[in-house]
Design a protein around this ligand. Sequence first.
Ligand SMILES: Cc1cc2nc3c(=O)[nH]c(=O)nc-3n(C[C@H](O)[C@H](O)[C@H](O)COP(=O)(O)O)c2cc1C
Length: 204
Amino acid sequence: MTQVKKNAQTFSRRHALKATAAALLTTMAGAPMLVCAQTANGATPQRKVLVVYFSKTGNTRAIAQEIHRAVGGDIFEVRTVQAYPEAYRATVDIARKEQDENARPALATDMDSIAQYDTIFIGYPNWWGTLPMALFTFLEGKDFNGKTVVPFCTHEGSGLGRGPNDIKRVCVGATVLDGLAIRGSRASRAQEDVTDWLKALKLI
Ligand SMILES: Cc1cc2nc3c(=O)[nH]c(=O)nc-3n(C[C@H](O)[C@H](O)[C@H](O)COP(=O)(O)O)c2cc1C
């Protein structure tokens, strides 16, 4: 913003506004963005946000993208090396087996560190009452000490299930805020729910 302000001194007012808009758009399209939230005493803390999620059929991805639109920061999709079958029933069976065996499916996409973030949204489809095991692969071994973690999920009746408790157990040292559960069938029309929830948590 300092750069934009400096340039604006030599620009006309309209050019300055255009430059500011362009700089904002560039930041939104690119990597890490600082999200500012106004506090009650008027201070403006800077928040570095990550939205991380797993999604097989796109419902959780839709919510993740909605959150990302509202809060900015970075968004990251966790994917497994071994893709799940197209067929619902076959995926259900594999997921059941993975959960029974407490498996940690290998990841095709992972992050070395989450050190640069202070607020981390974790999105999951409710699979047999909790997160798909691939998200445990992702979460374990990362340092959540002092982070704020915000769960969200899509489901077909079970809501957040055991997800928040499992997240609390795995994300040691994090403060876990109230999660959002959206029915999968409503995921593409959940903008208002997402906004209301983020406002209630004072994240926007
Ligand atoms: C393996 C598997 C297990 C599931 N288990 C549950 C469950 O226990 N409770 C529930 O409400 N929905 C369950 N569902 C439905 C999904 O949570 C729901 O369709 C979700 O929106 C899918 O998200 P996605 O499109 O991001 O993959 C399950 C779906 C699958 C594939």
